[in-house]
Design a protein around this ligand. Structure first.
Ligand code: X2X
Length: 333
């Protein structure tokens, strides 16, 4: 997995006419897989971080990015980063929660009202709590979470303006127990599919609806196969940048510092990218034919409360994590 070719450094690398130039192999050649198109700010900032890391480690650490589910869907990449088949992965909180259940705490329906609240929580106690739980699975989570955004509902059917429009709606959700539970509580018919399958599932009408932040709807071209978008802001979702624990432990301390600093800085810049994108993305999607409507969170919250969603998940997350969430956002259940 890791290429250790220290001896090569001593070989002459000047190219000889007719022979390919021999590049010096990196001491730590690391693979990073993710589920997003290269045009998403996550991939743009991750590539910048990889370039910075190569430069600051003088070529000792090389990170190769495999975007867009090239190495398999989320479930596969999560297994690979655990086994060491890949070194880094950025699962959404929803997805890593299949392994670390408390990681979905930020995705409780209608908990966060704005980004400041989100980053205070995720850079503060809730984030630390989740990172510790990830650490117990022999994975290292870098401090700064990256942004996915507030999730919105799109559909090839009519607009969703209140909770009653969710009745029987065939909606794709990520492979996430919390998402399935929430959409069932809302009366919909959720189907868990990996992101790699979403476009074709919508195109072939296996499902009629899906929910994702607007930048994803844009870069994955979901507007081509959806008509309406309801600005529901029902879940805030972010990406944990994680590393295989054994690989991370094996890195010398000076390289760890360079890698951590570059990835955390890039995460902060990526959050800003998403914030700025939010000012323009709706107009762009509208121009591409997606119709927008607002929806009132009150009818959704009431339906979730009546269905016992909040009390169920309070029990599943446990008093400590739920208490930290309520410290940030106020009383939920
Ligand atoms: O699968 C999704 O919907 C996505 C891209 O938002 C996640 O990574 C959870």
């Amino acid at each position: 997995r890791r290429t250790v070719l220290r001896g090569l450094g001593a070989l002459p690398v000047a190219s000889v006419a007719g022979l390919p130039r021999i590049a010096r192999a990196a001491e730590f050649s690391l693979k990073y897989g993710n589920n997003l198109p290269v045009t998403h700010p996550l991939n743009i900032r991750a590539q910048e971080a990889a370039d910075r890391i190569a430069k600051e480690t003088k070529g000792r650490v090389e990170i190769k990015i495999f975007p867009n589910n090239q190495l398999g869907g989320d479930t596969d990449m999560l297994a690979q980063v655990r086994s060491g088949g890949i070194d880094f992965f950025t699962p959404s909180a929803l997805v890593i929660a299949t392994l670390v259940p408390v990681a979905a705490i930020n995705a409780v329906g209608f908990a966060f009202s704005d980004r400041n609240q989100v980053w205070n929580a995720m850079d503060g106690k809730i984030g630390a709590h989740v990172r510790a739980a990830i650490g117990k699975m022999r994975l290292h989570a870098f401090e700064k979470m990256w942004d996915n955004g507030f999730r919105q509902i799109t559909s090839s059917k009519g607009p969703v303006t209140s909770a009653k429009d969710m009745d029987g709606l065939k909606i794709r959700v990520p492979v996430s127990p919390l998402s399935v539970s929430m959409f069932k509580a809302l009366g919909a018919a959720p189907a868990s599919l990996q992101f790699s399958e979403v476009y074709s599932a919508l195109q072939t009408k296996i499902v009629d609806a899906q929910e994702n932040p607007l930048p994803i709807i844009q870069v994955a071209k979901l507007y081509e196969v959806q008509k309406n978008c309801s600005l529901s802001n029902h879940i805030w979702d972010g990406y944990w940048f994680i590393a295989n624990g054994r690989m991370w432990e094996s890195l010398p301390a000076d390289l760890k510092t360079i890698v951590s600093t570059a990835l955390n800085d890039a995460g902060l810049q990526q959050r800003e990218d998403i914030r700025k994108l939010n000012d323009t993305v709706q107009a762009d999607l509208q121009a591409k034919g997606l119709a927008f409507n607002t929806s009132s969170p009150d009818t959704f919250r009431a339906k979730l409360r009546d269905a016992g969603f909040y009390s169920e998940w309070k029990g599943r997350f446990g008093a400590e994590a739920w208490g930290l969430l309520e410290q940030s956002v106020g009383k939920l259940a």
